[in-house]
Design a protein around this ligand. Sequence first.
Ligand code: KG4
Ligand code: ZN
Length: 348
Amino acid sequence: MHILGIETSCDETAAAVVDDGRIVRSNVIASSQQAFGALAGVIPEQAARMMIECVLPVISQALTEATTTPDQIDAIAVTRGPGLLGSLLVGTTTARVLASVWKKPLIGVHHTFGHLSSTWLSDDAVPDEPTFPLLTLSVSGGHTDLWYRTSHLHGTLLGRTRDDAAGEAFDKGASMLGLPYPGGPHLSTLAQGGDPHAHDFPLPLKKEAALDFSFSGLKTSLRYLLRDLGEAARKEDVAAAYEFAICRHLLDRVQLALQHHPDVRELHIVGGVSANRRLRAMAADLCQSAGRPFVLRTPASLGYCTDNAAMIAAAGHFLRQEQGNSAFDAFDTEASISLLSVVSPLNS
Ligand code: KG4
Ligand code: ZN
């Protein structure tokens, strides 16, 4: 199945063509992030207006790079939410019109379900198929979730953040360190020259059995540390220690989940924060010491970690595969939708 994916949930306008949920034939992204670099975040109205101008050229480029014409596409998959409503409407309205004109079925995809599907994507030959059951740590700017999954659409949400998302913790920490938005990658680059053990941060929820996350305490510790160090702060050390503390907390909860689920043989880490090098290295160490054969999967390229349309096309394929033609049912465009309405236990 050749699916054209369209993603416009935040400040990126993206389109991609993916075969059978796995092989990426094209993946095009126009980002308005630079326009917001000097600010502390995205201005929704402005992001949507910029999208209106580039959505059709981006789709056209995705088709051209995939050497595909609209009649060779089997379906269109588009992000239906959650996200910024104005941005989402640009993508879903465009997708609805194209589906109608080209007479193609349309699949509405939950943005985060797209991230969950991103570890299936590949740039070359079909790689080995991930095997369920597996654990997925989904970490981005909007959410931080830990899933036990028995198929694409079936699983249990083991834990989620109680306050900020991991990406937000990176972005807010970066802003305290004077780095531009979105701060995660900048903080990570700065941290490479620092000592992760130069400062001690607390391990959040350490005494709790719940597999939830919380980043507000780390953020507060960072604020006090910077205040106390003042001019003496070696920013690369502070960044490295803060990054280490976020990763340690994420993997502390994953380790607990692995103990609860001895049947799991794969850990997938997806979402923008899965691009983080320290998180990948620490996760690889955790998998090596798991005491059983264990595969760590992160998206095949960094472009599949952050928002992209290839993951939406892949997710559309898996929805069609597991739901049949009801994947083509009408849907609303919504700023807020729970992923529990898409991925749920088998017997619910
Ligand atoms: O998945 P994503 O592109 O968008 C959302 O769905 O939110 O994630 C964006 C988040 C931002 O908070 C960004 O700072 C963070 O992912 N991020 C990183 C890195 N690359 C992106 N955080 C830490 N290290 C990185 N290398
Ligand atoms: Zn995202």
